[in-house]
Design a protein around this ligand. Structure first.
Ligand SMILES: CC(=O)SCCNC(=O)CCNC(=O)[C@H](O)C(C)(C)COP(=O)(O)OP(=O)(O)OC[C@H]1O[C@@H](n2cnc3c(N)ncnc32)[C@H](O)[C@@H]1OP(=O)(O)O
Ligand SMILES: O=C([O-])CC(=O)C(=O)O
Length: 433
């Protein structure tokens, strides 16, 4: 019997099938041969929420969720956070290798030369209500960019693809800063291309009047590390959205806008905002045991935000690095008073049978918001601070999908549970109860 196959006997027909196993997977399309009659569609896989479905082959990011390992292009996240810079990591993700000096200089030059946005984008953003959430501003403005770059529809042309990808990476901090300033009622500030990627973003956010904003180097470095940690995470919900929408061959601005929308949700990137709101609501460390009790079993839909992960069944390696970064930031900004509550939540949860049994650990969103708040960002900006670096992951994954000859338009099937065929009933014959 061949080794790497799965033998399936269909008890309905008594027939036996050999399904090849490749990379620990079976191709669910291969199950279609298993049918009870010639006009049967064939066996399908049913996997709502993709609990056990690999959607693509990818060479970008590796995760071992049981061991708590995360690597970009083979490099451990801890080493990249310690020794690299965000733009270097962006280059690595995009191109597969670390850049040499010439390559990184050229890449920085390229990104810097695409930071400005069309003047009408300012008018577009001005149209939002004063209290619009910056994430909704960001997703719709990125979608609007597709109207400014009609050349972006040439998704099969590598040169065009690379220009759009650079545009997205370069413009995201500008749009993020505009969304912040809009919600603060402040005039927009143009990029300063003499600054670093992160330094320019912080300056656009913070600048008041004509005074040049001096970015504290420790805070700049801390945000750079946070950007590295958030840059990619294989087939998460927002990346899957980008790949799915992109599979229709739409332009990358439209595809990335869908990623931002997915990231906005509180179960994904919006969790960092939700964590801060939760910590504020708890209010005092003495209330932690009571709160922990209330989230067990999801009473009233409540959860311990910033805890749990689909893939990590041990400590999220990014959360470990973030705890270290938090200490460095708090040396400059002073300790976030909510830290005590967060630490107590973690301490109790990690000893509690409910969380231990379900392997629920702090994820990337648990501590990041404490740093953002200490840096002076309002909670609404937290998911935006996630979206900026994740743009690199989205565009890298998008391009990998476009180039993958096995990928087609994403189009799952369903199990129909509705009415059987029936005839239209005129209004006069319908029950009027
Ligand atoms: C960047 C990111 O996206 S990281 C994730 C950010 N999201 C959050 O922090 C939100 C809180 N966490 C969650 O909602 C979930 O853990 C998710 C969405 C991250 C993962 O969800 P899933 O993989 O679908 O796990 P699922 O919801 O099936 O959870 C398994 C069990 O643990 C429970 N559980 C999961 N997370 C939590 C939590 N944070 N608090 C309390 N219970 C939880 C579930 O109720 C479920 O219990 P059950 O088996 O008794 O029904
Ligand atoms: O991988 C996931 O499902 C969510 C996550 O941690 C991320 O996108 O960074």
């Amino acid at each position: 019997m061949p080794k790497d196959t799965l033998t399936i006997t269909d008890n309905r027909t008594g027939k036996t099938y050999e399904v090849p196993i490749e990379n620990g997977c079976i191709r669910t399309n291969g199950l279609r041969q298993i049918k009870v009659s010639e006009d049967d569609f064939g066996l399908m896989g049913y996997d709502p929420a993709f609990l056990n479905t690999a959607n693509c082959k990818s060479a970008i990011t590796f995760i071992d969720g049981d061991k708590g390992i995360l690597e970009y292009r083979g490099y451990p996240i801890e080493q990249l956070a310690e020794r690299s810079s965000f733009l270097e990591v962006a280059y690595l993700l995009l191109n597969g290798e670390l850049p040499n000096e010439k390559q990184i200089d050229e890449f920085k030059y390229l990104v810097t030369h695409h930071t400005y946005v069309h003047e009408n984008i300012k008018t577009f953003m001005d149209g939002f209500r004063y209290d619009a959430h910056p994430m909704s501003m960001l997703s719709s403005t990125v979608a609007a960019l597709s109207g400014f770059y009609p050349d972006a529809k040439h998704t099969k042309d590598e040169r065009s693809r690379r220009i759009q990808m650079t545009r997205l990476i370069a413009k995201m901090p500008t749009l993020a800063a505009f969304s912040y300033r809009h919600s603060m009622g402040l005039p927009y500030v143009y990029p300063d291309n003499d600054l670093s990627y992160v330094g320019n973003f912080l300056a656009m956010v913070r600048k008041i009047g004509t005074t040049t904003y001096k970015v504290h180097p420790t805070l700049e470095k801390a945000l750079d590390v946070l950007f590295i940690l958030h840059a990619d995470h294989e087939q998460n919900c927002s990346t899957t959205s980008v790949r799915t929408v992109g599979s229709s061959e739409v332009d990358p601005f439209s595809a990335v806008a869908s990623g931002i929308a997915a990231l906005y949700g509180p179960l994904h990137g919006g969790a960092n905002e939700a964590v801060l709101r939760m910590l504020r609501e708890i209010g005092h460390v003495s209330k932690v045991p009571e709160f922990i009790k209330s989230v067990k079993g999801g009473e009233g839909g409540s959860k311990l935000m910033g805890f749990g992960h689909r893939v990590y069944k041990s400590y999220d390696p990014r959360a470990k690095v973030i705890k270290r970064v938090a200490d460095e930031v708090f040396e400059i900004t002073g300790k976030n008073p909510l830290l005590e509550i967060a630490v107590e939540l973690e301490r109790i949860a990690l000893q509690d049978e409910y969380f231990v049994k379900r392997k629920l650990y702090p994820n990337v969103d648990f501590y990041s918001g404490l740093i953002y708040e200490a840096m002076g960002f309002p909670v609404e900006m937290f998911p935006v601070l996630f979206a900026i670096p994740r743009t690199v992951g989205w565009v890298t994954q998008w391009e990998e999908m476009v180039k993958d000859s096995e990928q087609k338009i994403a189009r799952p099937r369903q199990i129909y549970t509705g009415s059987k065929r029936r005839d239209y009933v005129p209004m006069s014959e319908r029950s009027q109860k």
